[in-house]
Design a protein. Structure first.
Lengths: 322, 211
């Protein structure tokens, strides 16, 4: 008898579960080794609490009413619940706080390979460690975790969420055009972005920079002799790179056009790419303003790895004989 | 593979010849592709050929690193996570709303008297978005072939379709009522290949921009 389950969810049977367990146990051990204690939070929260996250465009996909008529929502990530947890449970603890999680999150996506509506994330949050030092620690743990599970071909693209907004502000781009340009950037539509830029009537060099910056990616060579707002972002990224051990630095490529989907990122952002998978298998960044929304104003950085995607990438690398 | 180290998705159909000409210009050998109608995968030149609407599917999954496809296909599949890198300019077509060329316009009449117009199309998302954007009620009827037939038989009052010259529309006594968008060929890239094969992709992009 076939009994259906909701679209974007699935059952895991023992053969797959053994492989997933091997991955998550390895990740958990790495997080623990770096001093990140594991937490778990409820899968359902009050929607009004989750909504404190600024500009998050991954709004909860599943909502229910409880018996008092309150709206509950399934979490779309773990970062927002952990921001709530830190403000509530650690109101006076001395930073930095190091927390990790291996937990499911829920989004209303089009289900496809490595992206279900219920999906397992493994990640860390480093709270109260500002700037390049904090970012470098997160990248170090990320690479240690991926190395430990045996992923070999991956690279970490490093960008700055504030770069493009600062660039548009520096060139006095009108407010309503900024939103459209960020939208095109988020959609990866560089043709549309170029069209928007050309309609602004900016001086030729300013327009050229707005079109070129999202295309800048690769080794340290792309961090050239940029000036103005680009130089600030580049200096920040260089500062992160300088703090990394060679084996981690060797994994990093710069990606000035990186735009992550979640609205709360404020500085350095990163995505994990592996040649064996067509989509990023994880990512993260700084969210220095998020915890303040919950009443504990601390800078923070974190990352999440999609466990199913990591599993697919490992299997892809194995298949390709890497 | 080719000198860029990229797997290239090439659409068979209206954009096929122009795309191959462009690849010749880039120094990718297309002789075997031109000579062979049935073969789909050309390992020596790194080319895979497919239906135009399948190009974003292969590129999104990373089965091809870059691809050539029409903006109409990208608009219809707007949820695909691919980089849209360059407007190639060729293959220009217009997405139009058309109805039987009589007065008064049957589509406008349906809206005026019934408040809803039935629209046949191969592009249900573009059509639905267009009517939503313009604040009108439409019942979208998806058909797989010969959209022109639908208003002639009374299935619908209007169609949304792609037209290059308008000849097929005229021959079927259909008149263009509104233009929705102009669609040209686009270069797209897989988001991971865009980072990890940046050199090859930027070289292709540079050559195509200079052309």
């Amino acid at each position: 008898v076939i009994h259906p389950i909701p679209s974007g969810t699935r059952d895991v049977l023992p053969d797959e579960m053994r492989e997933l367990r091997a991955i998550t146990e390895t990740l958990r051990a790495v997080f623990e080794r770096y001093g990140y204690g594991e937490v778990y939070t409820p899968a359902i929260e009050y929607e009004s609490v989750l909504a404190r996250a600024p500009g998050s465009n991954v709004s909860p996909a599943y909502r229910v009413f409880d018996d008092h008529g309150e709206v509950l929502a399934l979490r779309a990530d773990m970062t927002v619940p952990i921001a709530r947890l830190v403000a509530t449970r650690y109101p006076t603890a001395d930073p930095p706080l190091r927390l990790s999680y291996i937990a499911h999150a829920y989004r209303a996506v089009r289900p496809h390979r490595g992206q279900m509506r219920e999906f397992l994330q493994a990640g860390i949050e480093l709270i109260g460690a500002p700037g390049a030092t904090g970012t470098a620690e997160a990248l170090t743990v990320l690479c240690a975790a991926l190395d430990a599970v045996g992923l070999t071909g991956y690279r970490v693209g490093l960008g700055d969420a504030a770069l493009y907004p600062n660039l548009m502000a520096a060139f006095d781009v009108p407010e309503e055009a900024r939103e459209r340009m960020l939208q095109e950037l988020g959609r990866k539509d560089l043709v549309g972005l170029e069209r928007e830029v050309q309609q602004l009537g900016l001086p030729a060099d300013a327009a050229a920079l707005l079109i070129r910056v999202p295309q800048l990616r690769g080794g340290a060579g792309v961090l050239g002799t940029e000036e103005g707002p680009v130089a600030d972002a580049v200096a920040n990224l260089r500062a992160v790179l300088d703090l990394l051990e060679p084996n981690v630095a060797g994994r990093v490529i710069f990606d000035l056009g990186l735009a992550r989907g979640l609205g709360y990122y404020s500085g350095a952002v990163f995505d994990v790419y592996d040649p064996a998978l067509g989509a990023p298998l994880g990512g993260g960044g700084r969210y220095d303003d998020l915890l303040g929304r919950f009443g504990r104003d601390l800078p923070a950085v974190g990352f999440a790895i999609g466990v199913d995607r990591l599993h697919a990438a490992l299997s892809g690398e194995e298949h390709a004989g890497l | 593979v080719n000198r860029f180290g990229l797997t290239i998705a090439v659409p068979r159909g209206a954009l096929f010849r122009d795309t191959l000409d462009l690849l010749d210009l880039l120094g990718v050998d297309t002789a075997e592709v031109r000579a062979n109608d049935r073969k789909l995968l050309f390992a020596d030149s790194g080319i895979v050929t497919m239906r135009p609407s399948d190009v974003p599917t292969y590129v999104e999954a990373g089965a091809a690193d870059i691809g050539f496809t029409g903006k109409d296909v990208l608009m219809e599949q707007s949820e695909r996570s691919v980089f849209e890198l360059l407007d190639l300019g060729y293959g220009a077509c217009t997405m139009v709303l058309a109805s039987v060329d009589e007065e008064p316009d049957p589509a406008a009449e349906a809206l005026r008297r019934l408040g809803v117009v039935r629209v046949a199309t191969k592009y249900p998302r573009i059509a639905a978005d267009f009517f939503e954007r313009t604040g009108r009620q439409a019942e979208i009827v998806e058909v797989k072939g010969s959209v022109e037939l639908a208003p002639l038989t009374g299935l619908v009052e209007a169609i949304v379709d792609l037209t290059a010259t308008g000849t097929t529309l005229r021959e079927n006594h259909l008149a263009v009522r509104e233009e929705i968008a102009v669609a040209t060929a686009r270069l797209i890239a897989n988001p991971v290949a865009h980072k990890l094969k940046a050199e090859g992709i930027d070289e292709v992009l540079g050559l195509l921009r200079e052309r």
